[in-house]
Design a binder for this molecule. Structure first.
Ligand code: GA4
Length: 329
């Protein structure tokens, strides 16, 4: 596959939509739908998320990753929640990173915080809770606009899944160290002195709200250039990227695309990214919404619960196209 061309990923300006002037909101909703259909990823600016909250979250993350190895390991191994190094999931996937994977449920977080930040677990949980509330609101706003743009009868049909007190959403902090120590054996000729930090995959949930420091690394697969190509997504610490996940692809009967992406390491600078993965409750039934099914566009996926999907995804490799298990055709 050809590596890294550049592409104009759509930029959605949410300031205009907060005027709530019906027509403007309609237009932005349509743009969001178009971006999610064509690329499965878009950038959001004027998002309304407080930057002091973002900065505090990043600081706490960096504080943690700067601890001595033995201290960090007290928050691991990831089962799947917790601190992990290189190993991803349970089936042998490896990446060039360290990470903290957290459940966004405040009581699960408070419990885990005791092993992450012994000196002040309350302050750690407070910062994470604050960040999660902000990015969840942004995720819900995007979902409401998607519902509007798609013409769903109930515009909260999607966001209610993340607002449910039993939602299964996660927060992940990924730290990719620089890749100076690349040996010849490890080198991928297409990647120069970079390495695969997190291998190709789609995100399983409804959507992901991603923010990174100013270090590049995120790439998506696109077929915009006649054949599949890896395209780099430039970092922007002031903005968020929204990535469409498998559950939204299933609920929209394949109309919105859960984009395949990966992260490569940067030879000069370390990358820190923070992802909120918006997921439904375990018992929620996921199926193509009636508005998305028609004689021209027959139903593509059978119904499944999020719990069922999650079990399947943990039994499979990272890059597996897990939605295929639920396809009807
Ligand atoms: C990919 C997206 C999220 O980072 C994640 C990952 C999860 C994990 O690291 O525990 C998975 C991966 C992700 C999909 C397939 C399974 C599960 C690792 C893996 C091999 C937290 C998620 O929800 O799914």
């Amino acid at each position: 596959m050809v590596v890294a061309r550049s592409l104009d990923i759509p930029v959605i300006d949410l300031l205009s939509s907060s005027w709530k002037s019906g027509r403007r909101e309609q237009l932005v909703s349509k743009e969001i739908v178009k971006a999610s259909e064509k690329y499965g990823i878009f950038k959001v600016v004027n998002h309304g998320v407080r930057m002091d909250v973002v900065e505090r979250m990043e600081e706490k993350g960096m504080e943690f990753f700067s601890l001595p190895e033995n201290e960090k390991h007290k928050a691991g191994p990831p089962n799947p929640i917790g601190y992990g190094v290189r190993s991803i999931g349970f089936n042998g996937d490896m990446g060039d990173l360290e990470y903290l994977l957290l459940h966004t449920n405040p009581s699960s977080l408070a419990h885990k915080a005791k092993t992450i930040c012994k000196s002040n677990p309350n302050s750690f949980s407070h910062v994470v809770n604050e960040y999660v509330e902000e990015v969840r609101d942004l995720a819900c706003q995007i979902l409401d606009m998607l519902a509007l743009g798609l013409g769903l009868g109930n515009y909260q049909e999607l966001s209610r899944l993340l607002r449910d007190s039993e939602n299964d959403s996660l927060l992940r902090l990924n730290y990719y160290p620089t890749s100076y120590n690349v040996t010849f054996k490890d080198k991928n000729p297409n990647l120069g002195s970079s390495r695969v930090g997190f291998g190709e995959h789609s995100d399983p949930q409804l959507l992901t709200v991603l923010r990174s420091n100013n270090v590049s690394g995120l790439q998506i697969v696109t077929d915009s250039f006649n054949g599949e190509t890896w395209v780099s997504i430039p970092p922007d610490p002031t903005a968020f990227y929204i990535i469409i996940g498998d559950v939204l692809q299933a609920m929209t009967n394949g109309r919105l695309k859960s984009v395949r992406h990966r992260v490569i390491t940067n030879p000069q600078s370390s990358r820190l990214s923070m992802m909120y993965f918006g997921a439904p409750p375990l018992h929620a039934v996921i199926r193509p919404l009636p508005e998305m099914v028609s004689p021209e566009c027959p139903r593509k996926y059978r119904a499944f619960t999020w719990g069922e999907f999650k079990k399947a995804m943990y039994s499979l490799r990272l890059g597996y196209n897990r939605l295929d298990l639920y396809r009807l055709d």
